[in-house]
Structure formats: structure tokens, C-alpha cells
Design a protein around this ligand. Structure first.
Ligand code: G3H
Ligand code: 13P
Ligand code: ZN
Length: 284
């Protein structure tokens, strides 16, 4: 089937209390792994590409590969720009056939974030795309900041209410204690803050930095209203570990397929596990 808009996937997830997995891709094998996992689990899925992934693979390749995968698939698939930071980047994705974009204005002051988000919504909603925005700063595990410094960057529930009223955005990424990349310890999520935000806004909530968050915490976040869960690092870990195992076991191997095939299988397996944790299995 053709690519679908993200908003329709998230509306159903919100009603039925599960989350749609949003998995980052960089190459053909990861796109195939995401689709294979979604098909095996009968799950709707979001394939997302960061600006870095687009630069690496080329936007035409990301779009063409995903479209082919979606056309062959029997489950609904959205193609989403992850952490787009400029209007120009968003428009490039819209023109190339993405069905959804994130405009991440979280580094800007609140009113500038609202203005940028509205500019994007005005431009791409008439083209049928959905829009995710970010409020609060998610950051990376490598950021050298203390727990209290990180907490100061969490999403403020009153600001979230104002942001959503001022933009009518389709999905809102929030900061409640997760971070991008590998965690040093076990992340502690601010569930009270999440519930306070969900009380104030009806917009589907997105959890970033979800690799390494314990399954129980992910289930808790979803039960409190998270509808989209972003996973990148866990796929990278599985993909690279499987490649490394092949090369360690057979240092003379020169056939890329012998390395990338097992890597694709390992990525498929971890994505299937995540889909089951999110409760989106059987929801296609
Ligand atoms: O949110 C960040 C994603 O993991 C993408 O990372 O910019 O290295 O592609 P990347
Ligand atoms: P992780 O790499 O920590 O899973 O985060 C993914 C993400 O939030 C992509 O936007
Ligand atoms: Zn993210």
C-alpha cells in the first residue's frame, strides 16, 4: 500500500492505548528489517530518517526504498523526518514524498519554536503531511550535565498546553528523562509530569531516546498516553554487533551479504521485540 500519514496511525494508537514504533533507518537493510518486523507482527510502523541519515544515504534513496517497501507491505507505513531543524529540510522531505515531518524547534525560545512549527504546518499540512514538534530538551546521554540540570530542561506542562493551543500540531515530543544514545545507568522517567501533560493536551505524545529504557517503563509511559516511541540506538547495537560477530568468526570474509544479512536479521529481531512491548502487534 502507499505511504500513510502518521496522524492516522497515532489517532488509532491513542484510542486503543498502544504506541506505534518509530524506527530510524540509514540504509536498505534497516528499512527492510523495519518492514519485515512490522509484517511479522502485523503492526503499523513509522520509518524515520534523521538529517544525518538523509545526508548519508541520499533523500532519493531513502524515499524510493521506503516506497517500494510500503507498496509491497500489507501493513500501514509512514515515512517521517526525524529532528528536522529547518524549514528548508522539511520542504525537501515534503517534495520528495515523505508522509510526515518533525520540526524540532526545541533549541529556540518558546515563541520562536511556535512560529517555526506554525510555518511548517501551514506549508505541509495542505500537502497531506503530519507534523511533530518538540518542547523541552531531550538531549544526549553524552551531554555532560547533572540530573538537576537535565530536569530543568524537562517539558513544562503549562507550556505544553500553550504550545499545542498555539500550533494544533499533530504530535508532541516531550522531555521527561530520556536521552538519545546509550545510557550509562538506568534512566528514570518523570511519569507524574507525563500524566500532567496528557491531562492538559489531547495531542499524541512522543517519547524519544527510548533505546535502553526498561520495558516496564516503556509500558508505563504508554499506559499514561505516549503514542509514538522512537528507537534508533537499539537497532544500531543489534546491527553492528551481528556484523562484528561475522567478521570476528570469519576475518577473511569479503562478501558484504554475509555480514549484512545477519545484521538485517538481528535488527528485525529487536524491532519485533519492541513492537510487542509497545502493544502495536496485531494492530495493522
Ligand atoms: O535522534 C537522533 C537519532 O538517533 C538520529 O541520530 O542524527 O546520528 O542519525 P543521527
Ligand atoms: P535512541 O537512539 O536513544 O533510541 O533515540 C531515538 C530517537 O529519539 C530518534 O529521534
Ligand atoms: Zn529523537
Amino acid at each position: 500500500m502507499a505511504l500513510v500519514s502518521m496522524v492516522e496511525l497515532l489517532e488509532k494508537a491513542q484510542k486503543e492505548h498502544y504506541a506505534v514504533g518509530a524506527f530510524n533507518c540509514n540504509n536498505m537493510e534497516i528499512i527492510q528489517a523495519i518492514v519485515a518486523a512490522a509484517e511479522a507482527e502485523q503492526a503499523p510502523v513509522i520509518i524515520q530518517a534523521s538529517q544525518g541519515a538523509i545526508k548519508y544515504a541520499g533523500i532519493e534513496y531513502i524515499t524510493a526504498l521506503t516506497k517500494v517497501a510500503a507498496e509491497k507491505a500489507k501493513v500501514p507505513i509512514a515515512l517521517h523526518l526525524d529532528h528536522g531543524t529547518s524549514f528548508a529540510q522539511v520542504m525537501q522531505c515534503a517534495r520528495n514524498g515523505f508522509s510526515s515531518v518533525m520540526i524540532d524547534g526545541s533549541k529556540h525560545p518558546l515563541e520562536d519554536n511556535i512560529a517555526l512549527t506554525n510555518k511548517v504546518i501551514e506549508a505541509v499540512r495542505p500537502m497531506g503531511l503530519s507534523v511533530e514538534a518538540e518542547l523541552g530538551k531531550i538531549g544526549g546521554t553524552e551531554d555532560d550535565i547533572t540530573v538537576s540540570e537535565r530536569e530543568a530542561l524537562f517539558t513544562d506542562p503549562a507550556e505544553a498546553e500553550h504550545f499545542v493551543q498555539a500550533t494544533q500540531v499533530d504530535a508532541l515530543a516531550i522531555a521527561i528523562g530520556t536521552a538519545h544514545g546509550q545510557y550509562k545507568g538506568i534512566p528514570k522517567l518523570d511519569f507524574e509530569r507525563l500524566s500532567e501533560i496528557v491531562k492538559r493536551v489531547t495531542t499524541p505524545i512522543v517519547l524519544h531516546g527510548s533505546s535502553g529504557v526498561p520495558d516496564e517503563a516503556l509500558r508505563e509511559a504508554i499506559s499514561r498516553g505516549v503514542c509514538k516511541v522512537n528507537i534508533d540506538t537499539n537497532i544500531r547495537e543489534a546491527f553492528v554487533l551481528a556484523s562484528r560477530q561475522v567478521l570476528n568468526a570469519s576475518p577473511k570474509e569479503i562478501d558484504p551479504r554475509k555480514m549484512l544479512g545477519p545484521a538485517r536479521e538481528a535488527a528485525t529481531a529487536i524491532i519485533r521485540e519492541k513492537i510487542r512491548v509497545f502493544g502495536s502487534n496485531g494492530k495493522a
